[in-house]
Design a protein around this ligand. Sequence first.
Ligand SMILES: [Zn+2]
Length: 380
Amino acid sequence: MPLAFLSWSEVLIPIARRAFMARLLAGSALSCLLPPAAVTALEKVGSEAKPKMSRVPTMTGPVHCDSLGTTLMHEHLLWFGGPRRQDSGYTPIPADKRQESVEFAVSLLNEAARVGINTLVDLTPHRPIDLYQQIAQRSPIRIVPSTGFYRRAKIPPYLARMEDPNQMYEYMLKEVVEGIQGTKIRAGIIKVAAETSPMTDWEKKVFRAAARVQQATGTPIATHDGAGAREQFDGLVQAGATPRRFFISHVDMALHGGLTREQLAKELVSIARDGGYLEFDTFGQESYTPWRDLLYLWQAIMEAGFVNRMFFSMDCNWRWENGKKIFEGADAPNVDPDASRRTYAYMMTDAVPRLLKSGFTEDVIYTILVENPRRFFCGE
Ligand SMILES: [Zn+2]
């Protein structure tokens, strides 16, 4: 069929799918990349054929939502906070480690680009934007920055002290509409968080303010979920958020909060049925969520027909401690001897091969890593 008779999406999707498959089929040689020229060509096709489609704000400017490519939906370029064990709250990056932090973040992104990752959604909503700018300018990976509030005990005091819902709303709205911390860089997603269920009153206020920002601007939302996926989902919907425009992160964590995997599978399927997206990111953390439990949950969701509601990511984060870089999972409570290998690239070098071995088809992996993020950001 001549190209002129195909719709834009019919042209783009098969091309992108072929490129993605080529990378997967390269097997251990996952460094076989989609050439940068191909990505540029895809964007060009998009802008010519569908000029009015939605664009996603990134650190280096807005991009067409159809050109995101392989996307990790829950990551962190830089992270903060004291040692997990003592739960010592918010700790900024040490002044003498700022430049080294940039260099290390760039090296992790370059490694991710080499194995075919195109876009990262950064869910550190309080970040030194100057360092983020340096990192983004030196990386081929697109970074979607966020605004919002992480857990109250883990964020800078000026955010933790905020009580007025209108002030919360205005703060997030400004970062979405005008830019982050006085820059013109707009946040492309809103992060909200609750560690326990039931949620605190302060967390509920944050969730409601985020839903208002979404109503005003259409910006998607990502949650951090400690134990209450259904409560988070219902709270956002009641506050006016649109189910297909937000996702619940770390949904397998409820296994550590008392639910059996059968109960959790039922809950997750019900959320997907109501239109919500579910994000998983404990790949390689066997001591935390065993692979067999993850497979059980994924199988339940897919058998119910909701592969189009799943996201896979790494939630890669590390912090400075006594002058050393410590990845999450390198210390108690869930010690992972391989913690420092769980970088963004791990998704393609380790997680995807394991998924293929466990019976996932290339089509399903493509749906989760490419199509679902595109659909989510396109607002369909
Ligand atoms: Zn995270």
